[in-house]
Design a protein around this ligand. Structure first.
Ligand code: ZN
Length: 716
């Protein structure tokens, strides 16, 4: 769902914020306990099918609809059918055999009276005739802009579909549907399911698209869009995979979406459930992020990249996330918004899994660290809450960094406890058991029990139904006489507001010149000490080897240990060491280590972390080193170097920044070069910055950086 774009941007641009001095979550701006207590909606009938015939006039921003509702009564003696209906006017309702039915329409509901009460289990259908004009939500008529043609698209999430046809608009009821949409000739209509046919009417210069969604799904997943789309065709085996883009974006279709067939293959394999729908379309719309309508994901046009921008701003995060929802959200669907994690945490964990599969372990580890930091920012600055909770004022409240990254990290820990084989068996069992149904968290927990035989209630209780996360203070020591290394682990999180003492398995590794030994321990108490045999003083003691835990940690290390870690640990350990070496900023060994790491570490994120710490050392050799690093291979490291150099506000660097702007081919770096120029505050740069602003770039980032720089150099 829509936050995905934000999530992707965070993955690309997050600042490495290691909790060197972990502090319990402080000022909570939102008191979650004050949110409204919600419960799953009850219903008197089971909606079976909606046949939605709709004429859309993009010029007048109006629509005329005829929706046939088929339903089965879940009550004996059901006299009326109350449907959600908003922002359109119902003119008549006819029964199957053409008899007018009595109805009343209020601001939010349509109440249709049956000729005689329905018996329990009795099925009926009727057709509502209605018209509407430019609704505020649910169906968006968009004007032409520089980025998009004039178009109309539905924005049904989370419960706005009833703004363009009358229905029971809540995710706990699944339906099939047809969409028969008529628009002006020349437009193309995208929707869910299978395209039955299209027909032109030359007398009215209109075209009608007849789409049929033949497998049940929830109403918020019903979608249509009409625009002068170019449909770029692709396939996964015999499955049609199409990219519906605006004419000016055609050449960007493959750089943006081209990995989709590979992603389908990957998810088919890991979920143990083949892609469930008849085709997969991704459709450009002007706003939002991604919205995973069944077999027809609406995707903001802003993610479109050409081959060059795809290097710095690949779309695979959001593309894989929305695709994963075709299983997690569309095939199985949250029963109420309390269980949003069943859609979004699984979607977010899936985008990590694909990212790691595609880019390797190190990139995967950094992706997961980005998710951790994204959650920690929310937990520290805004609020903590249980991932699964009945308290929310509106469904949108649940679409936050608890549901997306925290839930994904919880799944990662569950996978670590169960092991890969069992974890993916659970996912497959869950999908097969509840396919085309609405689910809640207890259904998932049941699948875990059925597949693995393990009662993990304690795990779900602390991670899903309670708020917060562990904050560890870790100390290590070595007893030369006993040849024993000790590691003391304390949980120091704020234990108010229902935050528990956590029970977690943690791998602790002890590295000595003789080699590395890693052991899994269980942490259950507020403070525990673990002992490890160590013939010689350890070179490094590593807590949470493998970086599995959702945690903050404060583990002070000596200079020698940090320098060893900076050279020898995994990517996350090396990044952490680079950040923590700041504590030894006046020691020449720290400078030497960071300088070597910034220029020579094999992985870009470690180099970037070292660059950021170097920038805080105040050593006169730093600018020379960073100028060299501005020529290195990874744009993110080059950009980080320019941030540091810019912060020096040295007008002596102006020519260098100008040259970097002109010569570097990355928009990310070019934009940072302009910001660095701005920081010098030199008004003579105004003509250069004004000229630079016209250089085209991904999402206008160069233009924005130029505007920011112009302000800083005093342009009024
Ligand atoms: Zn999502």
């Amino acid at each position: 769902m829509r936050k995905a774009v934000r999530a992707v941007i965070l993955i690309l641009n997050f600042t490495i914020a290691f909790a060197a001095t972990a502090a319990p979550a402080s000022a909570q701006q939102v008191d979650w306990s004050k949110k409204t207590l919600q419960s799953e909606r009850s219903r008197a009938f089971d909606a079976l099918h909606y046949r939605i015939a709709i004429k859309l006039d993009l010029e007048r921003k109006s629509f005329e609809g005829e929706t046939t509702v088929s339903l089965t009564s879940l009550r004996d003696g059901l006299e009326t059918c109350i449907l959600d209906a908003e922002e359109f006017t119902v003119t008549k309702v006819l029964s199957d055999w053409g008899e007018s039915l009595l109805f009343e329409q209020s601001a939010k509901e349509l109440n249709v009276r049956f000729p005689r009460p329905l018996k329990l289990g009795e099925t009926r259908s009727f057709t509502c005739f209605y018209n509407g004009r430019d609704p505020k939500t649910g169906l968006i008529f968009a004007d032409e802009t520089a980025n998009n043609p004039k178009l109309v698209f539905s924005d049904s999430f989370p419960d706005h579909v009833h703004h363009w046809f009358p229905c029971y608009d809540y995710p706990n009821d699944k339906v099939t549907n047809e969409i028969i949409a008529t628009v002006k000739s020349g437009l193309k209509v995208a929707a869910n399911g299978r395209l039955i046919r299209t027909y032109e009417d030359s007398s009215t210069s209109t075209v009608t698209y007849y789409w049929s969604q033949e497998l049940p799904h929830s109403t918020y997943l019903i979608f249509l869009a009409a625009a002068p789309y170019v449909v770029v065709q692709d396939f996964y085996k015999s499955l049609p995979v199409n990219y519906w883009v605006y004419p000016q974006d055609e050449r960007k279709a493959f750089p943006t979406y081209g990995q989709t067939p590979k992603m389908i293959e990957f998810f088919n394999k890991i979920y143990g459930y083949d892609y469930p729908w008849q085709k997969y379309d991704q459709i450009s719309v002007p706003s939002g992020g991604g919205a995973e309508s069944t077999s027809a994901t609406a995707m903001t046009q802003a993610i479109m990249v050409d081959a060059k921008s795809a290097r710095d701003f690949p779309a695979i995060g959001i593309v894989s996330h929305e695709l994963a929802h075709q299983w997690w959200g569309d095939l199985i669907t949250l029963r109420s918004w309390a269980h949003t994690w069943l859609n979004e945490s699984f979607g977010t964990y899936s985008d990590y899994l694909y990212f790691r599969h595609e880019k390797g372990d190190d990139e995967g580890a950094v992706n997961l660290l980005g998710k951790l930091n994204s959650y920690l920012r929310e937990a520290r600055a805004r609020y903590i809450r249980p991932i699964v909770t009945d308290r929310y004022d509106r469904p949108g409240d649940m679409f936050d960094a608890h549901t997306y990254p925290k839930g994904a990290l919880v799944l990662h820990m569950l996978r670590n406890i169960l092991g890969d084989e069992s974890f993916f068996k659970v996912l497959s069992h869950f999908l097969h058991s509840y396919a085309f149904d609405a689910v809640d968290t207890s259904d998932f927990i049941r699948s875990v029990k059925t597949v693995t035989g393990q009662n993990l209630d304690w795990f779900f209780d602390q991670w899903l139904f309670k708020p917060g996360h562990p904050v560890f203070n870790v100390r290590s020591d070595w007893d030369a006489a006993r040849k024993i290394a000790t590691v003391t682990v304390s949980q120091v999180q704020d234990f108010t507001r229902g935050i528990p003492v956590f029970r977690v398995p943690a791998a602790i590794a002890v590295v000595t010149p003789e080699g590395k030994t890693a052991r899994a321990v269980w942490i259950r108490e507020k403070e525990e000490t673990f002992e490890f045999a160590a013939e010689t003083k350890p070179l490094l003691i590593r807590f949470d080897e493998g970086n599995v835990l959702l945690k903050e940690i404060n583990f002070p290390k000596e200079l020698g240990e940090l320098l060893y870690q900076l050279r020898n640990d995994d990517v996350i350990g090396r990044m952490s060491a680079a950040a923590e070496l700041l504590r030894f900023k006046d020691d020449p060994k720290a400078f030497a280590g960071l300088s070597a790491s910034a220029q020579g570490d094999p992985f870009w994120a470690v180099r970037r972390s070292a660059v950021e710490t170097l920038g805080k050392l105040g050593d006169p050799r730093v600018p020379g080193i960073l100028k060299k690093i501005c020529l290195e291979a990874h744009s993110s490291v080059r950009a980080a170097s320019l941030v540091v150099l810019g912060d020096m506000k040295d007008r002596g660097l102006i020519e260098f920044f100008k040259e970097r702007f002109v010569k570097d081919d990355s928009d990310l770096v070019k934009a940072e070069a302009l910001r660095a120029l701005g920081k010098t505050g030199d008004p003579s740069l105004i003509p250069f910055l004004e000229k630079s602003a016209s250089v085209p770039s991904y999402r206008g980032m160069i233009k924005n950086a130029a505007a920011q720089a112009l302000k800083q150099v005093g342009k009024k």
